[in-house]
Design a protein around this ligand. Sequence first.
Ligand code: FES
Length: 185
Amino acid sequence: MSTSPTPVDEAAPRTGSIGSGGEPIHPSGDERFRAVDAAMNRHRYQQDALIEVLHAAQKAFGCLAPDLLLYVAHGLKLPPSRVYGVATFYHLFTLTPKGRHTCAVCTGTACYVKGGEVLKEAVERATGIHAGQTTSDGRISLESARCIGACGIAPVVVFDGAVCGRQTTRSTLERLEGWIGHGDE
Ligand code: FES
C-alpha cells in the first residue's frame, strides 16, 4: 500500500455535487464510484457489509487502490486500518491492478503431490515473476491457490477463470506462450 498520505476528506463521499437526475456525483467525476455508492446504499451503510462493498468496489475499479479503500472506510464509518486489513486478508481482493490474463496454479495437497509445485516453478521461470505478481507489460498475473475443489483432476491450473486439469509443464507453458507471444490469445 502506498505510504503517501491521502487525506480522508479527499476520498470521502460528498453530497454537494448533484447530477441532472438528482443523484450525487463523486467530486472526481469518476462514474465508477456510483457502483460503490450503490453497494453501500443497498446495505444501508452497515459496517458488516464491508466485504460486499469491497467486492463491488473491486468489480468497478479492477483493484482496491488506497484512495478507494479510504472512500469505503469513510462511507461505512470504519477505521481505514480495518478496511485495509479485510482487503489484504481475503484472497479474492487485490490492491494492485491485475494483468490482462491470470494464471493460477493450485498448490493444494492433491495438486502438490501430482506436481503442482513443479508447474508453478516452470510458470515463474517462463514469466519472470512470482505468484502474486504481474508482468511489467501488464499481460499476465500469476497466482497460487490452495485447493480449488477439483482435486480429482490434479494438477490444476486456472487460466483466465477456466479450470484446466491434468496439466503438464508442457501444456501449461504452451498456454502461456500464446499469452506472452500474442497478448490476447
Ligand atoms: S489440491 Fe488442487 S484442486 Fe484440490
